[in-house]
Design a binder for this molecule. Structure first.
Ligand code: ZN
Length: 276
């Protein structure tokens, strides 16, 4: 049977971490304490440019992850065989363990809606899977299919209303989504397949996704971007969204701070009209 015609035009919502471009000329510490450049609107002048104060997220009525339950998958055989991968996985696990009960979650309270009160989440755990590991590249639909396979086989936590899967790719694997590619167009994304919410984080192996940081810092920074977006806009474009500036993290992309030991990205605050 032919698919029924639908007249609802869905704009492709922003759901990615964009590449850092041009190359960063600032350290994380400088970025954390920098002031916005007053009176300059030339984005190529080599100075820091902060989000315009007229950015504003509005709620579109969709689901929110008020108590995000994060399950991490390290996908590919080299996660298991490499010694440096062990410390990277350890660092990322610790990041999720800490971040989901951190002030960063409290900060999102202003995006509570009615009975949907933003609160702390939980790190379910992580595991390495090498089955159907991508070779060369992996499309978004292949990611979804594999997630569904794992869930069906009970390898992963069952999908609940608050479940968020984070998949980390091994080095050398390019992610492809909607004609865009990791390290060319983006550094990670989050998405939804029905009520299955997930984020895909390629290994940052280009300057545009490392932004002058270590691999761990680059991954926690971009993961915090996707985490906050998956919380406030799990089905891209249907939660808290700004038609001109995208999701909560897009407005503040590549502005960082330290949260405990972890590098995280600033997030847009409607209430304070700035990145915090
Ligand atoms: Zn984003």
């Amino acid at each position: 049977m032919a698919k029924p015609k639908t007249w609802t035009a869905h704009r492709d919502a922003v759901r990615i971490v964009p590449l850092h471009y041009p190359k960063p000329g600032y350290s994380i510490d400088q970025l954390a304490t920098a002031q916005s450049v007053a009176g300059s609107n030339d984005p190529y002048d080599g100075k820091l440019h902060f989000a315009t104060a007229n950015a504003h997220l509005s709620y579109r009525g969709g689901p929110l992850l008020t108590r995000p339950q994060v399950q991490v998958v390290y996908w590919g055989g080299t996660w298991q065989s490499s010694a440096s991968a062990q410390s990277l996985m350890h660092g990322l696990d610790q990041f999720f363990r800490d971040i989901l009960v951190s002030p960063l979650m409290d900060q999102l309270a202003e995006y509570s809606v009615g009975a949907k009160r933003m609160g702390h989440g939980k790190f379910i755990g992580s595991l390495v899977r090498s089955d159907h590991a991508p070779q060369g590249s992996v499309t978004d639909s292949a990611v979804r299919s594999q997630l569904q396979r794992w869930i069906k086989a009970a390898a992963l936590a069952k999908t609940g209303a608050q479940t968020l899967y984070f998949i980390f790719l091994e080095p050398g694997i390019i992610s492809i989504m909607g004609g865009s590619r990791s390290c060319q167009n983006y550094c990670g994304y989050h998405n939804a397949a029905g009520r299955m919410y997930y984020a895909l984080m390629p290994y940052p192996s280009c300057a545009g996704c490392l932004g002058g940081m270590s691999v761990l810092d680059a991954l926690t920074a971009t993961s915090s971007h996707e985490l906050c977006e998956a919380i406030t806009d799990p089905v891209p474009g249907t939660g808290w969204y700004d038609d001109n500036n995208g999701e909560i993290g897009d407005i503040c992309a590549w502005q960082f701070r330290k949260l405990g030991a972890h590098t995280v990205q600033l997030e847009w605050s409607n209430a304070q009209r700035r990145c915090v």
